[in-house]
Design a protein around this ligand. Structure first.
Ligand code: BGC
Length: 432
């Protein structure tokens, strides 16, 4: 054997990443409870319950809008034409990463707000081909916890997803964006709506399919929003951004704790750190190093590597072995590789089960004592779209929790909903 791989230890570690049926139901119930408390007073809940100041679209929204989609390492600006009846076309699109190793980095601690928003304004300028005359309304998907006072005023509460740019936390983001646009002469481009990506996904999905009340991002980061009907108070229904990645009523395992301690924001985003694409690889690396007895090993696994390992269906697991060897420099036996693959799968399955428990918590809360209504849960993001084992485990967990009522609930991919949702929000503002 080429390393200190310990099989018994591996089985125990896999167990630490397993959520059984009873635990799953407890988590869904705890989420519902936190949601209920949060509706009364967000300070009593680990969910931020942020108001979006927007409800669902009618599907009849029309016109051409700019959409800035900013929330991960890749920024996109789109020109979108809404035709109503759930129809739309993308007229133009530009995209650029916020960080290219060795070239530039707008998300690190050495950057600043002016540089970051300048970069965004330049990209918007490219999407309109430098046009400084034609008036444009812009919807801005800003995918970080933000406190809103109306649809266009959102103050960043705290960076997540390991963003560290100084000078943005506590600031009104569309003020920073407008300043950067004006400084470049784009007085014709007017940001009119700012929204979380989950809200954008829900707007986008609801524009196309009625019966959609929950929107979620399952990607680099994770979060969910839903339409709060305010059945008891009679207030106008509004989408609430739960910032469910901050859900705390969970039992983290050793690796969750270890990772949280060395993250940018220890103590924050505990659910997100257990489920989202940004963090899965790190959990896998810590767990593998534990099994091989290397306490301080720092392996750079990503969620994409995990996906490659899980997808290797061959008997000798050559591909999986190559990925693991490239990152750890170690050679593992076929049996060891099989167990390592099981570990990757366990982390992914736990992720899908925890995310599903939060969906069901929302469904239970909105159903109250009544029947669960027929609905789609709109989800966008690479983990949902591409990670093996995710969709089937979401479905399995939905059935485990909702039993026969799961027949009326499904999850649907809303690909690229962040951009479309931003355009729809701008159109909703224009329509008044
Ligand atoms: C942010 C959320 C966002 C999610 C998905 C999280 O880190 O806090 O606001 O919706 O990532 O992008």
């Amino acid at each position: 054997m080429s390393n200190n791989f310990n099989e018994a230890k591996m089985s125990a570690v896999i167990k630490e990443f397993t959520v059984n049926a009873e635990e799953l139901a407890e988590i869904a119930a705890a989420f519902r409870h936190d949601l209920k408390r949060g509706l009364k007073n967000p300070d009593d809940s680990s969910l931020r319950m942020l108001k979006s100041y927007v409800g669902l679209p009618t599907g009849k929204e029309t016109g051409e809008y700019l959409a800035l989609d900013f929330g991960g390492t890749n920024v996109r600006v789109l020109r979108i034409r809404l035709m109503g009846a759930g129809q739309y076309t993308e007229v133009a699109k530009v995209a650029k990463p916020l960080k290219i190793d060795g070239e530039y980095d707008y998300i690190g601690a050495n950057s600043n707000a002016e540089e970051m928003f300048g970069f965004l304004a330049d990209l918007i300028g490219q999407a309109v081909d430098g046009d400084k005359e034609t008036p444009f309304l812009l919807g801005h998907t800003f995918s970080f916890p933000s406190e809103q006072t109306d649809i266009n005023n959102a103050k960043l509460i705290i960076w997540t997803k390991e963003f560290a740019t100084p000078g943005v936390e506590g600031k009104v983001v569309n003020d920073l964006l407008t300043e950067a646009l004006v400084a470049r002469g784009y007085k014709n481009i007017k940001p009119v709506a700012v929204l979380n990506d989950t809200v954008a996904v829900l707007l986008s999905a609801a524009y196309k399919h009625p019966d959609t009340y929950i929107g979620s991002i399952y990607a680099t980061g994770h979060n969910t929003c839903y339409l709060e009907p305010y059945a008891e108070t009679g207030e106008t229904p509004m989408i609430l951004n739960l910032e469910s990645g901050g859900f705390m009523k969970l039992v983290p395992n050793r690796f969750d704790i270890m990772f949280d301690e060395k993250s940018e924001k220890p103590g924050e985003q505990r659910l997100e750190k257990m489920v989202s694409g940004r963090y899965m690889g790190e959990l896998f690396a810590l767990a593998l190093a534990d099994v091989t007895g290397e306490k301080d090993a720092k392996y750079d696994f990503t969620a994409v590597d995990m996906s490659g390992i899980i997808m290797d269906g061959s008997e000798n697991l050559d591909n999986a072995g190559q990925i693991i060897n490239r990152i750890t420099g170690k050679v593992f036996s076929q049996r060891e590789l099989m167990l390592i693959k099981e570990l990757a799968a366990a982390i992914v399955i736990r992720s899908a089960r925890l995310v599903t428990a939060t969906f069901v918590g929302i469904i239970w809360q909105t159903a109250g004592k009544g029947e669960v209504r027929m609905q789609h849960i709109a989800v966008d993001g690479s983990v949902y779209e591409k990670m093996p084992l995710v969709k089937e485990n979401i479905n399995r967990a939905l059935t485990e929790l909702l039993k026969e009522q799961s027949a009326v609930v499904d999850t649907v991919l809303d690909n690229g909903g962040s951009g479309l949702g931003a355009a729809i929000a701008a159109a909703m503002v224009k329509a008044g």
